[in-house]
Design a protein around this ligand. Structure first.
Ligand code: ZN
Length: 442
């Protein structure tokens, strides 16, 4: 689809030529490192690396500094990473503690200005105009989604209906009565709104929405098509995480071919999750961010665990910021077979290509001798389950071929009857690793 005609650029910095961008990044990186060195955590990280902020003379020198992890943030709970006096805190947000304590992030007044401007950037890139009315169905609270988008919409000058999450039938009533142009929420909630709208007698396409900005969770291109079909809108993806700043780290332009990273505010690296060496553009790796302008809580080489690829080729929109792909998985879920990284999402992709294979599978990895062996058990769809040996062998060979073509390695494929693998309520356990030490492979 062509970019919307009204697509504008919020900040001229989005168009900076790459060489000037690199110069700006280096200046800002050096300031950030000096600021970060004022905190005990970063001071000791520099000491471990045997360097001082002043030793950073090029962007490549950044790689000499150790990475920061979520565990590091937890170890300095609640505000041990603060780099400004407490009195300068303008806001505190946090990420939900699904695994233990939450982590808090603090913003100075200047950080708040940067953050709202970054949200305005991707909203405007996705066609938001001051005359629009926006329905925000993100939760408002410690979570950065609600307030982040809200402030960005205010910066653009558009109207806001701050509905927050929950009570979906009421959301549908408000959408129908107030006729907003734009919807902001998680992609799964957008589909839920459409579903509930139908259930209470509305065609969701008649709600009058024209576009939506979705984020806060990974989603697929198939989901985008479904949201667009269901709600009759253009759907835009955006990305961020509270530790780095919240939403606004990157977002899609009208070309919708990747999310432009705000590289004047963040250095993005895409690293092999095991070696922490850079992977080439176009290759999936773990995203690692260094903030360049944050005052209250700068992050240096923060490991997101989010897997995506980078594209630095020119974009038709003219923005020069590298584009990141959708998040395709978490590095925590990666496993290594005979030295090759494999992600469960790759197995899913392979199974989607094979008619007759259900997206229900379990991978078992063992090392009976010196080599890793991976067995993929795949359920057959009920209508394709057959006594015909030849048919079953052909199906198994097709799965083998697709998994090999996507991952580059051969796994043993075992077909099992429909529903044989069982279903779990929560997150399905896809990988069972029998190797000693959990199989860091290699
Ligand atoms: Zn673009």
């Amino acid at each position: 689809m062509a970019p919307p005609a009204e697509s504008r650029v919020w900040d001229p910095a989005e168009l900076l030529p790459r060489d000037r961008l690199a110069g700006l990044q280096l200046d800002r990186l050096r300031e950030t490192l000096v600021r970060a060195a004022g905190t005990p955590f970063h001071a000791s990280a520099f000491a471990r690396a045997g360097m001082a902020p002043a030793d950073v003379r090029s962007l490549d020198d950044l790689r000499r500094i150790p990475v920061t992890t979520k565990d590091d943030l937890r170890a300095h709970y609640p505000l041990g990473m603060l780099a400004v006096p407490r009195a300068e805190i303008a806001r505190i947000h946090g990420s939900s503690g699904t695994t233990g304590k939450p982590t808090f992030v603090a913003y100075s007044r200047a950080d708040m200005q940067v953050w709202s401007g970054l949200c305005a950037r991707f909203l405007v890139a996705g066609g938001l105009r001051p005359d629009h009315l926006v329905h925000v169905a993100f939760g408002y609270g410690l979570f950065t989604g609600g307030f982040g988008l809200h402030q960005g919409i205010e910066r653009v000058g558009a109207g806001i209906v701050p509905v927050a999450g929950g009570n979906t039938p009421r959301q549908v009533t408000l959408l129908s009565d107030l006729r907003p142009d734009v919807l902001v929420c998680t992609p799964s909630y957008a589909l839920h709104i459409a579903e509930v709208a139908r259930a209470v007698g509305f065609d969701p396409r008649d709600l009058g929405l024209t576009s939506g900005h979705f984020g806060g969770e990974p989603w697929t291109e198939e989901m985008r098509l479904e949201i667009e079909r269901e709600l009759g809108i253009q759907a835009f993806n955006n990305y961020g995480l509270s530790e780095v700043i919240g939403p606004g780290v990157s977002g899609e332009c009208g070309a919708r071919a990747g999310m432009h990273v705000a590289e004047d505010h963040f250095i993005v690296e895409c690293l092999h999750p095991a070696t922490l060496l850079p992977v080439p553009d176009g290759t999936v790796g773990e995203l690692v961010f260094t903030s360049l302008t944050k005052e209250a809580m700068p992050v240096v080489r923060y490991r997101t665990r989010d897997l995506a690829s980078l594209d630095r080729s020119p974009c038709p929109c003219g923005r020069t910021g590298a584009r990141m792909s959708r998040v395709v998985g978490r590095s925590d879920d990666m496993f290594i077979v005979r030295g090759v990284n494999v992600f469960p999402s790759q197995i899913e992709e392979a199974l989607l290509r094979v008619e007759g294979a259900a997206p229900h599978y379990v991978i078992e990895i063992a090392r009976p001798g010196t080599l890793d062996e991976a067995v993929v058990r795949v359920e057959i769809r009920p209508r394709d389950f057959s006594d015909e040996m030849r048919q079953m062998v052909a199906l198994r060979d097709r799965i083998d071929h697709e998994i090999h073509s996507i991952t580059g390695i051969r796994m043993t494929i075992e077909l099992v009857a429909p529903n044989a693998l069982g279903r779990s309520e929560g997150k399905a356990r896809r990988v069972i690793d029998h190797r000693k030490g959990g199989g860091s492979g290699g």
